[in-house]
Design a protein around this ligand. Structure first.
Ligand code: ADP
Ligand code: MG
Length: 676
C-alpha cells in the first residue's frame, strides 16, 4: 500500500464507493490521509444520567430497558428507555426502522448526543450509538456525501494509519522547527485519532499553518513583483516633501507623517514603489498623495491620480489645482465628459510635459493618453477598479512608482493576503477635532422624529444627506425610491432646498447639483449610492440612510463617512425597513463603533471572507481547514515563512520545496501554476 495508490486498493472500496469518495475529493490514499475531520465528539468520559444538563453534548452508557414505536404526526417514532445506575433517559429516533432492528432490549450501549428536554423528561434525539468497545477519547466527525457513512470513513482512516510515516512534509526540517510545528506523522495521527485535546490542538495548528502557508506561498510566487524590482526611478528631490507639508493649512497627523516618511523612502530609492495606503474615511489620504505627487514633480516627473467617479475626480482636481498653483505646478483634469477641444488640450499638455499632474477617471487609461515622463501613478479608492485597469495605468510609464489608496475597510490581516506584494501604510488616526459621529438605528415609524431632528440641524446651519438604496422595479413596494423620498422631503421641508442626485443623471447635471450642495445652496441632498466614495462636504452634519438593512457594513461605514468631516458635531440615522438578524447585528456594530478597521473585522466575522471579496475573483482558493477570519495570528506566521521561501526560491524549483510546490498547484489549480 502506497500513498499514491488509488482508493480501490482499500478493503471494502469498489467502484461505487470510489465514486462517492471522489465526490469528497478523495481519489488516492494520500487524499484520504489529508481528509480532515469537520469536528470532534468528546467521548473521553461517560456522564452519569443524573448529571446530564439540557444542551450538553454527552456520552451516556446505559441499558435499554424498553423499546417501542409510536406515531408522531406522519413520522414513526422509536423510543428507547435507557437506564444507568443513577437514572433514566429517553432516546428517540424518527423513521428509523433499521435502528429498531439493531438495538436489543436488555443490552447495554453507548449513546452520544445532545441532551434536550421534553415535558421535564431528559431526551436524546438521534444520538450516535454503539456497543462499548472500551475506546474513549475524541472521535472525529468527517464531512460526508451520499453513499458513505461516518463509520465507513472512520474505518477507511483506520486502514491507512500505517501510511502516516510515509507522508511527506511540505516544509524542510529546519523551517518546521523554526515554526515550532509538530512533525507530520504526529500531526496526522492526532488529527484523525487524537488522544487528548492538547495533541489535537497541536495537530490542527500544524495543518492550518500548512494550508495558509501553501496559499500565501502561491500568492507571493505568482505576484512576480516579489522579485524586487530595482529598476525603479529614484526621485532626487530629497526633502521636497517638507516644503509641501509646510504649505498645508494644517499640521499632518502622526499617522500621515509616518505614511509620508514611508513613501518618501520608497520614492528616493531605486526600488519600484508598490504601496497601499489604507486609511479610514476622512483620515486624510489625499494630502499624503499630494505630498508624493509634489515630490515627483520636483524630481522632474509627472504624476497621475485616477479616481472612480467624475464627482470625485473633479473634487480632487479643484482642491489640487488650488494648492499646487501656489507652487507653480499645473494640474489637468481628464474625464469622460470633457469636450473634444478641452480634451485635446489636456492630452497635448501631458505629452509636452506642461501639465505635471493629471487627475481623472478611468479616462486617464485610454490608449491615446500619453505622458512626457510619468514617474508616479496613484489610484484612489482602488477597490473600485479591476486589476487590469490598474495595470493599464501603470503601463503609462516605465516602471513608475505605484501608490494605491483605499478606505474600504479591508481588515489589515486580509489586506496582507490580498495584496501580498504591496507594502502597506496604515493611517489609523483622524485629524484632530473630529468628533464621533453619533449613530442610531430606528424603525420607519420613527421617521417623523428623524425629520424633526434634521430640521434642527438645518436651522443650525448644517446640511443633510438622505441616502436610499438602488432598487429594482420589482422591489419598489418594499423599498423607498430616491424619487419618492425626494418628493416627500420637498413637501416636508418647504422652506429649505431639497435636491435629488442619482447615477442615471447626466454628468453635467450631477456636477451642478454637487456644486450647489458644496456651496450650501442645497440643504438636503437625496442620493443613491453615487455619493458613497470620497465626497467631501465638511458642512454636512446629518446622514440619514433609508432601508439601511440593504447595505453591508462596509458601505454603511463609507456612507457615514460623508459627515463629520468638519468641525460640526455629526449624526447618522439608519432607518431599518425590516430587520433580519444580520441587519440588526450590523446596526448594533454601527452604533457602537466609528472605527473602520474594527467594523471591517466584524464584517469579516459576520460574512466570512468569501462573501466580502468573492475569494475566487481575487485569486484566493477555497480553504479546507484554515479560516481567514479566525486564524489571523497563524496567518501572520505562515506569511513570514512564505516570504522567506519565495525570496530564496521564487519558482519553488529546488528539491526541498517540491512537495510545497505540488500542494500549491493542488490548491490553486494547474492553470494558476502556469504563471509560476
Ligand atoms: P480620505 O482619507 O477619506 O480621502 P480626505 O483626504 O478627503 O480623506 O481628507 C478629509 C478632510 O480632512 C479634508 O477636508 C482634508 O482637508 C482634511 N484633513 C486632512 N488631513 C488633515 C489634518 N492633518 N488636519 C486637519 N485636517 C485634515
Ligand atoms: Mg479620499
Amino acid at each position: 500500500m502506497r500513498l499514491l495508490d488509488h482508493v480501490t486498493t482499500l478493503k471494502g472500496v469498489g467502484p461505487k464507493k470510489a465514486e462517492a469518495l471522489s465526490r469528497l475529493g478523495i481519489r488516492t490514499l494520500e487524499d484520504l490521509v489529508l481528509f480532515f475531520p469537520r469536528t470532534y465528539e468528546d467521548r473521553s468520559s461517560v456522564t452519569d444520567i443524573d448529571q446530564l444538563r439540557t444542551g450538553d453534548k454527552c456520552l451516556v452508557k446505559g441499558r435499554v430497558i424498553r423499546k417501542y414505536v409510536n406515531r408522531y404526526g406522519r413520522k414513526q417514532r422509536l423510543v428507547l428507555k435507557v437506564k444507568d445506575h443513577t437514572g433514566g433517559i429517553e432516546v428517540v429516533f424518527f423513521n428509523a426502522s433499521y435502528i429498531a432492528k439493531a438495538v436489543q432490549e436488555g443490552e447495554e450501549y453507548l449513546f452520544y448526543g445532545q441532551v434536550s428536554e421534553n415535558r421535564a423528561h431528559l431526551q436524546m434525539i438521534h444520538p450516535s450509538f454503539e456497543k462499548d468497545d472500551g475506546r474513549r477519547g475524541l472521535v472525529p466527525v468527517y464531512p460526508l456525501t451520499k453513499g458513505i457513512s461516518q463509520n465507513e470513513i472512520r474505518k477507511l482512516q483506520m486502514q491507512v494509519r500505517d501510511l502516516y510515516d510515509e507522508a511527506e512534509d511540505i516544509l524542510p526540517e529546519a523551517l518546521r522547527e523554526k515554526g515550532r510545528l509538530c512533525p507530520m506523522d504526529y500531526a496526522l495521527r492526532n488529527i484523525h485519532f487524537a488522544s487528548d485535546v492538547k495533541s489535537l490542538q497541536e495537530a490542527r495548528y500544524r495543518f492550518i499553518y500548512d494550508e495558509l502557508l501553501v496559499m500565501q506561498t502561491g500568492l507571493f510566487a505568482v505576484r512576480k513583483n516579489i522579485r524586487e524590482n530595482r529598476n525603479g526611478i529614484a526621485f532626487e528631490a530629497k526633502g521636497a516633501e517638507k516644503e509641501y507639508v509646510a504649505s498645508l493649512p494644517y499640521e499632518l497627523t502622526g499617522a500621515q507623517k509616518r505614511a509620508v516618511a514611508e513613501i518618501s523612502a520608497d520614492l528616493e530609492s531605486t526600488k519600484v514603489m508598490n504601496r497601499l495606503i489604507q486609511g479610514d474615511v476622512g483620515s486624510g489620504k489625499t494630502a499624503v498623495a499630494e505630498v508624493a505627487m509634489y515630490k515627483a514633480v520636483k524630481s522632474g516627473y509627472q504624476a497621475v491620480m485616477m479616481a472612480p467617479t467624475e464627482i470625485l475626480a473633479k473634487q480632487h482636481y479643484e482642491g489640487m489645482s488650488a494648492s499646487f498653483a501656489a507652487h507653480g505646478i499645473k494640474v489637468g483634469l481628464l474625464t469622460g465628459s470633457l469636450g473634444a477641444a478641452a480634451r485635446r488640450e489636456v492630452l497635448e499638455g501631458l505629452r509636452d510635459g506642461s501639465i505635471q499632474i493629471l487627475v481623472g477617471t478611468h479616462a486617464v487609461i485610454q490608449p491615446d493618453v500619453q505622458f512626457h515622463d510619468l514617474g508616479l501613478v496613484i489610484t484612489d479608492e482602488q477597490h473600485r477598479f479591476g486589476v487590469d485597469q490598474r495595470t493599464l495605468l501603470k503601463d503609462k510609464g516605465t516602471n513608475p512608482n505605484v501608490l494605491v489608496m483605499t478606505a474600504t475597510p479591508i481588515p489589515r490581516t486580509l489586506a496582507v493576503v490580498l495584496y501580498g506584494d504591496l507594502d502597506v501604510s496604515v493611517i489609523d488616526e483622524l485629524p484632530p477635532g473630529r468628533q464621533k459621529i453619533d449613530t442610531k438605528c430606528v424603525s420607519s415609524k420613527a421617521r417623523p422624529g428623524v425629520y424633526d431632528f434634521v430640521e434642527d440641524q438645518l436651522r443650525d446651519g448644517g446640511q443633510a444627506y438622505v441616502v436610499t438604496p438602488l432598487i429594482e422595479e420589482s422591489e419598489a413596494v418594499e423599498a423607498r425610491s430616491a424619487e419618492e423620498v425626494a418628493e416627500e422631503l420637498t413637501e416636508r421641508f418647504d422652506s429649505y432646498n431639497v435636491a435629488l442626485i442619482h447615477g442615471a443623471m447626466k454628468q453635467k447635471e450631477k456636477d451642478d447639483i454637487m456644486e450647489r450642495f458644496v456651496n450650501g445652496q442645497i440643504d438636503i441632498l437625496v442620493a443613491t449610492v453615487v455619493i458613497e466614495v470620497g465626497i467631501n462636504v465638511p458642512n454636512a452634519s446629518v446622514m440619514v440612510i433609508e432601508n439601511a438593512e440593504r447595505f453591508g457594513l462596509a458601505q454603511l461605514h463609507q456612507l457615514r463617512g460623508r459627515v463629520g468631516r468638519g468641525s460640526r458635531k455629526s449624526y447618522c440615522v439608519l432607518i431599518m425597513g425590516s430587520s433580519s438578524e444580520i441587519a440588526k447585528k450590523r446596526g448594533e456594530i454601527m452604533e457602537q463603533s466609528n472605527d473602520g478597521f474594527f467594523i471591517a473585522e466584524e464584517d469579516l466575522k459576520l460574512r466570512g471572507p468569501g462573501e466580502i471579496f468573492g475569494t475566487r475573483q481575487h485569486g484566493l482558493p477555497d480553504l479546507n481547514i484554515a479560516d481567514l477570519a479566525k486564524h489571523l495570528k497563524i496567518l501572520d506566521h505562515a506569511k513570514a515563512t512564505a516570504l522567506d521561501i519565495v525570496k530564496e526560491d521564487p519558482g519553488l524549483d529546488s528539491e526541498k520545496y517540491s512537495v510545497l510546490r505540488r500542494r500549491v498547484v493542488k490548491l490553486f489549480g494547474e492553470e494558476f501554476i502556469l504563471n509560476l
